[in-house]
Design a protein around this ligand. Structure first.
Ligand code: UDP
Length: 570
């Protein structure tokens, strides 16, 4: 084998790769190095190039290089499965659930197949008749969406994605479904629906009714009957209280998402994937990939040339992934190949801001976020246009919004901001666009030994200023943040962590990225434990006002709280 660039893995990455990513033989022995893994992925993905008469070898080397430098990584299923039998390479799927036993159990089977292959699934359960409605064939009573969700939850628990990755689901319910109120509270009992995130789809009409303090109707669509009418405010309050207490439900703004649907002629957006960043049609899938921004910095700005080169290579890589992807169902293959959606995003944003000397919760950071993401989307889209010249537009282009705008593209969408939960650990950078949760953490390595890891960029800065002595590092390690430690103000201001950032800034940052992202943005609005129900309400309203496509909040330690409180922090 040709001598290739060695991968300089961060310490914490090795055990992750060994557990789940590197190939093992029948006896469970690891038979792959990190270099061999990246080569397996690079050569498999570049294999697609041959279809257009391009020599795959050249691209395999380039794909290898960009991954081995940890400049760009595709989503986990691509790293795990590319170059293996039947390799399923996408992280995100949406499956339809119809209102009959056949359709529900079909969806359940499809879910098992997708989870087994390493993907996460999203559903909209609004098509199911409400609980208490009549079932004609048995003269019985329907049990409603929430009870069927339990089935999917159990199925996920049992399949556990072949031991590779825990299954994840998103359940969405439209805000006029008669079971809305039980859906809102579906996760308030600890441990229930543990494999689900849940979100309510709020329409513009609902938001206007809420604004006008009007009444809202819950409707049995099958019968065309209004089941109940209640103040929109009451629904919103219940929703927010539940989110305050448990983190669920989140919101998706369904009309806004549909307005950005690039192929309305093919169908409506049905749901999002589990973490909310990828709206999809029924049976559609998407493969994601993210650029490590920490590697794209030169001095006090981004290295725009390097970034552009990386974006273009990543778009080509992700388009090639669609070609070699082993889709788990023929319907998914057809939809996914018809739209060819890809989701390129970024990771390491918070640490890039450390490096650039810009505090996360500042107008300057928002400006930089917009400039960055506008650039990524523009370069990515231009690459997709060039690919369309070479390979043809995506098959559903005719009749799409892109045709209306006269822009030939290879991919119906190009950008998505993923959580990058694992791939950011492999790269050793902060995840997605999230601020750091803590600047230091302690980890038990052996029974008697605990190691403290302090953020490398912080240590570097402390060193520069001669402040890196043990007496200063210890309290940082204990506290996880610089607040109140008497360090220089500019340092404390710059190295700000998640709970010190006002929720409004979390939302503003999400909105700044959303403005320049084709799909959606994965972001958790982290609130301190003492945050009030009103804080959650204002974050939700702000997200709508600022143009986000959805929102998720998480109040520190809230899962331990099982009782709902009204008003104030409880
Ligand atoms: N996902 C999943 N199970 C998991 C983690 C992620 O099914 O345990 C899916 C889910 O659709 C999520 C997407 O993968 O929205 C992307 O997650 P992330 O960016 O954290 O994945 P990574 O590529 O870093 O592993």
């Amino acid at each position: 084998m040709k001598e290739r660039r060695k991968v300089d893995l961060p310490d914490n990455a090795r055990p992750i790769l060994e557990q789940r990513y590197l190939r093992k033989d029948a006896s469970g022995e690891i038979v792959e190095t990190a270099e061999a893994m990246f080569w397996r992925v690079a050569s498999a993905v570049a294999g697609a190039e041959g279809r257009w008469g391009v020599a795959p070898e050249v691209w395999a080397e380039r794909f290898y290089d960009v991954m081995a430098r940890l400049d760009f990584l595709p989503n986990s299923p691509t790293l795990m499965n590319a170059g293996t039998e039947g390799g399923q390479l996408s992280a995100c799927f949406v499956l339809p659930v119809g209102d009959s036993m056949e359709e529900i159990f079909d969806a359940l089977k499809w879910t098992a197949l997708v989870h087994k292959s390493g993907g996460g699934t999203g559903f909209n359960f609004s098509g199911l008749r409400p609980s208490g409605d009549v079932v004609r064939s048995t003269c019985g009573v329907a049990s409603g969406p929430v009870s069927f969700m339990e089935l999917f939850d159990t199925c996920t628990e049992v399949v556990k994605q072949g031991g590779m990755r825990r299954g994840a689901n998103m359940a969405i319910l439209d805000c006029d479904h008669p079971d809305l109120l039980s859906f809102l509270k579906a996760k308030t009992k600890e441990g229930r629906l543990a494999n689900f995130n849940i979100s309510v789809a709020l329409s513009d009409a609902f938001m206007e009714t809420l604004e006008a303090d009007g009444d809202w109707s819950l409707v049995n669509r099958r019968r065309g009957e209004t089941v109940r009418t209640l103040p929109a405010r009451e629904i919103f309050d219940l929703l927010v209280e539940s989110a305050w207490a448990t983190g669920d439900p989140g919101l998706v703004f369904s009309d806004r998402i549909e307005a950005d649907n690039p192929t309305p002629q093919v169908g409506r957006i049905e749901a999002t994937n589990p973490c909310g960043e990828q709206p999809l049609l029924p049976f559609e899938s998407c493969n994601l990939g993210s650029i490590n921004l920490l590697h794209m910095i030169d001095g006090d700005d981004f290295d725009w040339k390097k970034l552009e080169k990386t974006v273009r290579l990543a778009v080509r890589f992700l388009d090639d992934v669609i070609e070699i992807n082993g889709f788990p169902l023929p319907q998914i293959a057809e939809r996914s190949r018809g739209n060819r959606k890809i989701g390129l995003g970024v990771m390491g944003w918070a640490e890039s801001l450390f490096r650039l000397g810009v505090p996360y919760d500042s107008d300057e950071a928002l400006r930089r976020a917009e400039r960055l993401m506008a650039f990524v989307t523009a370069s990515g889209r231009d690459e997709s246009r060039l690919l369309a010249e070479e390979r043809g537009v995506f098959p559903n282009w005719e009749g799409s919004r892109w045709q209306e705008r006269g822009i030939p593209l290879r991919n119906a969408t190009v950008t998505t901001i993923a959580p990058t939960g694992t791939i950011s650990l492999i790269c050793g950078c902060s995840s997605g666009i999230e601020p750091l949760f803590a600047l230091a953490y302690r980890r038990k390595v052996f029974e008697e030994r605990t190691l403290t890891y302090v953020n490398a960029l912080l240590v570097e800065e402390l060193k520069k200023r001669g402040l890196d002595d043990e007496a200063r590092l210890r309290p940082i390690a204990e506290k996880g943040s610089l607040a109140g430690l008497g360090l220089p103000d500019d340092l404390t201001r710059l190295f700000v962590t998640s709970h010190e950032i006002d929720p409004a800034w979390h939302v503003k940052m999400q909105a700044a990225f959303q403005r320049h992202t084709d799909n959606a943005v994965s972001k958790t609005i982290n609130l301190p434990e003492e945050a009030s129900v009103d804080d959650v309400a204002s974050a939700y309203l702000r997200a709508y006002r600022e143009g986000c496509k959805g929102i998720t909040v998480y109040r520190d330690r809230c899962k331990a709280t099982q009782v709902l409180y009204r008003g104030g922090g409880g």
